[in-house]
Design a binder for this molecule. Structure first.
Ligand SMILES: [Zn+2]
Length: 179
């Protein structure tokens, strides 16, 4: 509620081809797209994105986007989760597809979502296994960044900035503890 879910205009029912109307099926729930012909409720789901934060020799991997939105800006490796795919599998797959590197998932780093935004971004800490770093698919460049080199003003999305910042501050806190 308060968030307009119907920013993508679907007009027809995917089940019977009847026209969809916006209405409120249950009083305390948001409005939905409902078919006038067969009563099918077309739930508009979020888009789930799985990413990895990969650190090697004290540097983290960022990829330069080759496509819009945010072409030319830097993101963590990853991609959309397919239907019925485990989120961890999608994170490993997306990382390989974008930069040719095989990784193993270690921990959940964070989950990032924002009002009015379709994406739910799930970020894992991952370990490098093998593969030569090579920008592939929709990626222009792939580079390792030390803490000081992170291009904060050229990160692609709010989730990128939040995830990298949280990762860096957690790392600094760990280092402070071990000193
Ligand atoms: Zn229908």
């Amino acid at each position: 509620m308060g968030v307009n879910q119907h920013d993508v205009e679907f007009r027809f029912c995917p089940v019977c081809g009847g026209e969809l109307d916006i209405s409120i099926p249950k009083p305390d729930e948001p409005s939905r797209l409902i078919c006038g012909g067969c009563d099918f409720i077309f739930y508009l789901d979020p888009k789930v994105v799985a990413c990895t934060i990969l650190e090697k020799d004290g540097k983290i991997l960022l990829l330069k986007r080759g496509i819009n939105p945010q072409k030319g800006k830097w993101v963590m490796p990853g991609g959309y989760v397919d239907r019925k795919e485990a989120v961890e599998t999608a994170a490993v797959r997306g990382t390989f597809e974008e930069c040719n590197v095989r990784v193993r998932i270690e921990d959940l780093a964070g989950v990032y979502s924002y009002p009015g935004k379709l994406a739910v971004v799930i970020v894992y800490k991952a370990r490098y296994l093998e593969g030569e770093l090579t920008p592939k698919d929709e990626t222009q460049a792939a580079e390792w960044f030390s803490e000081k080199e992170i291009p904060w003003s050229d990160l692609a999305f709010r989730s990128t900035t939040d995830a990298v910042r949280n990762y860096s501050s957690a790392k600094q806190a760990r280092q402070a503890l071990s000193e």
